[in-house]
Design a protein around this ligand. Structure first.
Ligand code: NAD
Ligand code: IPM
Ligand code: MN
Length: 366
């Protein structure tokens, strides 16, 4: 028997998680897999109830589960708290405590959504890349840190083994794709980045079939807009990966389309533990309106089935169901074309989820 810990969080988190859970429940039921869902608080809602963004007992529950499924944390209500007391600190804590050092962020253009990209169709057509973001180190976790009277400080550190393990994974993913890896750094300015570049180059000797290119993060953010099709696997330190993945979301037209999987040491095993969450945040500007796009979260559920439950086929069917709903012209407002060439229907979060569920039911009952 499996159990999934749900952490819907704040803002649109609970709205989008609800839709993904509906899909998961159907899949597990249809396959006769017994899964127990357990819900807990993380982020601002946990601060309101318990005074902290993540309780240790929730970390323990997470450790005892088959997988963790998360919505988003944060919002204006908690924006004035010190950094280490904010909702976001809860998210960082769970990633670190669960040792989830590898964050996989696939960026793919949907055929029916070319027109929502701010870029021209021929630039965006066929974009399909994986941003592999290191998730438990870098300036996010470096010590010392804090505010000290007239100055404040964070420390950027990477240990060799941290760079090595994420680099190995990057090369392995590249081997299973187009055998091209781009590593992002700022080695012209930062010692940490020069070290990152050196270690990635050393690891590359184990993978002679993979073409490795190093690109500075400033230039990378430029090339990503200019010619995103050029990229296949993009290996990033924590901070740069955070920034570039939101940019990539903009390129394909909405953050509401970008899922993620956070994985750790079990990577070489079959069914592995992981935390799954959309790339986007709690979207306070649209929270409570019932219009958030649930695709990023539904696709995160698909990643969960693939990595943590060995259900690759069902994972693919979820992607296919989403594609079919989009082909039918169903849109949430963030992905609705201003001047649609075909008829579209703009719906809310829940109705979009229902449409995906219906398509999936049809696909799985064939
Ligand atoms: P955000 O990702 O929440 O929103 C950025 C923009 O994208 C907004 O205009 C929002 O409406 C839009 N957007 C995001 N998700 C969407 C969806 N599913 N459907 C439609 N539109 C969507 O980033 P922000 O506004 O900078 O941050 C808001 C809060 O979320 C902050 O407290 C931040 O720290 C937090 N945050 C949390 C996570 C997380 O929990 N993983 C990630 C990023 C930001
Ligand atoms: C993300 C978010 C988080 C990050 C924040 C909320 C801690 O932006 O998951 O991309 O910076 O990692
Ligand atoms: Mn981010």
């Amino acid at each position: 028997m499996f159990n999934i810990l749900l952490l819907p969080g704040d803002g649109i988190g609970p709205e989008v998680v609800k839709e993904a859970v509906k899909i998961l429940e159907f899949v597990f039921d249809r396959k006769g897999v017994i899964v127990d869902f357990h819900e807990e608080l993380i982020g601002g809602c946990s601060i309101d109830k318990y005074g902290v963004p993540l309780r240790d007992e929730v970390v323990e529950k997470a450790k005892g589960s088959s997988a963790v499924f998360l919505g988003a944390v944060g919002g204006p209500k908690w924006d004035n708290l010190p950094v280490d007391k904010r909702p976001e600190a809860g998210l960082l804590k769970i990633r670190r405590e669960l040792k989830l050092w590898a964050n996989i962020r696939p960026i793919k253009v949907f055929k029916s959504l070319h027109h929502i990209s701010p870029l021209k169709k021929d630039v965006i057509d066929g974009v399909d890349m994986v941003i592999l973001r290191e998730l438990t180190s870098d300036v996010y976790f470096g010590e010392p840190r804090g505010e000290f009277g007239d100055h404040a400080k964070n420390t950027m550190i990477y240990y060799k083994e941290e760079v090595e393990r994420i680099a190995h994974l990057g090369f392995k993913i590249a081997l299973s794709r187009k055998k091209k890896l781009v590593s992002v750094d700022k080695s012209n300015v930062l010692e940490v980045s020069a070290f990152w570049r050196k270690v990635v180059s050393e690891v590359s000797r184990n993978y002679p079939e993979v073409e490795l290119t190093h690109i500075y993060v400033d230039a990378m953010s430029y090339y990503l807009i200019l010619n995103p099709k050029r990229f296949d696997v993009v290996l990033c330190p924590n901070l740069f990966g955070d920034i570039l993945s939101d940019e990539a979301g903009g390129i394909i037209g909405s953050l509401g389309l970008c899922p993620s999987a956070s994985l750790g040491d079990e990577l070489d095993k079959g069914k592995i533990f992981g935390l799954y969450e959309p790339v986007h945040g709690s979207a306070p500007d649209i929270a409570g309106k019932g219009i958030a796009n649930p695709i990023a979260t539904i696709l995160s559920a698909s990643l969960m089935l693939n990595y943590s439950f060995g259900m690759a086929e069902e994972a693919k069917l979820i992607e296919k169901a989403v594609e079919k709903v989009l082909e039918d012209g169903i849109r949430t407002p963030d992905i609705a074309e201003k001047k649609p060439k075909k008829k579209i229907r703009v719906v809310g979060t829940e109705e979009f989820g229902n449409c995906v569920l219906k398509k999936l039911q049809r696909l799985m009952n064939k």
